[in-house]
Design a protein around this ligand. Structure first.
Ligand SMILES: [Zn+2]
Length: 306
């Protein structure tokens, strides 16, 4: 699947139902194609409230990304947003009949499958990218995230947990729809077994189970198996892709994150939007390809970084 140069929506409607991870309530989500580029717009159907996927509407960011407008909350939007951004479907109306999106299997894979089954449709016009031209960074103690100039979108993520079962994991990749689907989309959300009581006391993870999350105990995952050896850092990258949707347009840059999470991901999106001197609009998705065309003979695509 080559990277798209036109704005994209879905070819047809999709409805998916399930339960929320934190509130454990039923929720049905209807993905409705749009006729022209509008960005991603959520609609909370019980109240009719329209909530654009925008960083200035981000609310509570503890263990999930929540959008808030006119007193209406939409929790855990990040995995659906991640699947859409990963597959470059950036224009869609999303009707939701509850305040938390379904967790499904804890990854973006069920959304990805549904999107691919429905098919993607190009809209009039050109896709516009926010291209980072100056480094921009947000820090919180030892945790940080930054965006640097880069031709394309590249993600580099490091996590470091003080339990041996998780420990330090790092991964880096240049994002394309194929790589998203193969390398990030199926990575499930995770937590530490020791955190579960604390989360439940705060009314979080009430719908969590080994069917929709990886739980790491002192000796390893309590689940039967992992989908990837480093599933945890891949899920963090999946979350990052979803949270960057709140920029409102696809990003071109190298995003490096160290022990970050939703709060820092969204803070970076907010910082980028607040610093227009650090980026510019462009319609050129991959100028790196132009350079590749002029590279000396013998250097194949396999010689390019992943
Ligand atoms: Zn997540």
């Amino acid at each position: 699947m080559p990277r798209s140069t036109t704005p994209q929506t879905l070819s047809r409607e999709i409805t998916i139902s399930g339960h929320g991870l934190h509130g454990n309530r039923p929720c049905s989500v209807r993905l409705v194609p749009v006729a022209e580029p509008t960005g991603i717009l959520f609609v909370h159907t019980p109240t009719g409230t329209a909530i654009p996927a925008r960083a200035d509407l981000a609310g509570d960011l503890v263990l999930a990304t929540t959008l808030v407008k006119d007193g209406v909350r939409l929790q855990t939007v990040e995995h659906l947003l991640s699947a859409l951004m990963g597959l470059e479907v950036e224009h869609l109306r999303i009707e939701v009949d509850a305040e938390e999106l379904p967790i499904l299997d804890g990854s973006a894979a069920p959304w990805v499958e549904a999107i691919l089954q429905a098919g993607v449709k190009g809209l009039e016009g050109r896709r516009r990218f926010m291209k980072i031209t100056q480094p921009i960074e947000v820090r919180n103690g030892d945790r940080w995230i930054r965006a640097l100039p880069y031709d394309g979108l590249r993600l580099r993520y490091v996590i470091d947990f003080p339990i041996p079962a998780l420990g330090r994991q790092s991964r880096e990749l240049s994002l394309t729809p194929d790589k998203y689907r193969r390398e990030l989309g199926a990575a499930r959300t995770f937590c530490l077994a020791q955190e579960i009581d604390m989360m439940r006391a705060r009314g979080l993870a009430l719908g969590g189970s080994l069917d929709n999350a990886v739980v790491f105990g002192a000796d390893g995952p309590l689940n039967e198996s992992l989908r990837y050896e480093d599933e945890a850092v891949r899920h963090k990258m999946l979350d990052l892709v979803g949270d960057l949707a709140l920029l409102g347009a696809p990003l071109l840059g190298l995003v490096e994150a160290h022990a970050a999470g939703h709060a820092l991901h969204v803070a970076l999106a907010q910082a980028i939007l607040a610093a227009p001197s650090c980026w510019e609009w462009t319609e050129e998705a991959e100028p790196a390809n132009v350079r590749f065309f002029f590279q000396p003979a013998g250097l194949t695509a396999a010689a390019q970084p992943a």
